[in-house]
Design a protein around this ligand. Structure first.
Ligand SMILES: C[S@@+](CC[C@H](N)C(=O)[O-])C[C@H]1O[C@@H](n2cnc3c(N)ncnc32)[C@H](O)[C@@H]1O
Length: 184
């Protein structure tokens, strides 16, 4: 697996989560290509289910059988499901995140990218991509369709006209060219 670009947001987040776990004061600010800037709630990635969005708890209730958590991070969802008795496998592209999830008690977790799943992972009944991870597989036609639905019907999108597939590709390429995404 290729290493993430140095200084990418990918490793920055992993470092921030590790620092938070070690009890340090952490604050992460980000700015998107369109100028939108905000602060990330790192503590939220360690929060208990009672603090999650209702839709996250609903997704957890739907989980069945053997579960794959893609981009599990420190493992809040995977650990929750493991505690419920489900067989959970976490994968994360960051070695730091994998170590964190393991230290926190996730029994089966591997460093791997969704773009290149390890052979022999087996078959899953449920696959989850939580915490804004839906875009990780980079499947632009699928993402465009989901995003268009939410632009047209949701209440919280940043634009009013859904971008078409070509525009989504242009944005994706611009983001990669700006090296704000990681290559793994
Ligand atoms: C926003 S965090 C979400 C963590 C967790 N799912 C949660 O909601 O608490 C995104 C995670 O995805 C991981 N990640 C990023 N690109 C990935 C890839 N291509 N394959 C697997 N994991 C990836 C990051 O290392 C990070 O831990």
């Amino acid at each position: 697996m290729a290493k993430p670009l140095p200084g990418s947001s990918f490793e920055l987040y992993a470092q921030a989560m590790l620092d938070h776990w070690l009890g340090k004061q952490v604050s992460v600010e980000f700015e998107r290509d369109d100028g939108y800037a905000d602060r990330s709630d790192i503590a939220g990635y360690f929060a208990p289910p009672s603090d999650w969005f209702a839709v996250e708890r609903e997704a957890m209730r739907e989980a069945r059988g053997r579960v794959l958590d893609i981009g599990c991070g420190p493992g809040r969802h995977a650990l929750h499901l493991q505690k419920r008795g489900l067989r959970v496998v976490g994968i994360d592209a960051s070695a730091t995140q994998v170590a964190l999830a393991r230290i926190r008690g996730l029994r089966e977790v591997y460093q791997a990218s969704v773009w290149r799943l390890p052979k022999g992972l087996g078959v899953f009944d449920t696959v989850i991509l939580m915490g804004n991870n839906l875009g990780l597989p980079g499947d632009l036609p699928e993402i465009q369709a989901i995003y268009a639905h939410h632009v047209l019907r949701g209440l919280a999108s940043f634009e009013e006209v859904p971008p078409d597939l070509e525009e989504m590709r242009r944005r994706h390429e611009a983001m990669l060219a700006a090296a704000r995404a990681r290559l793994i």
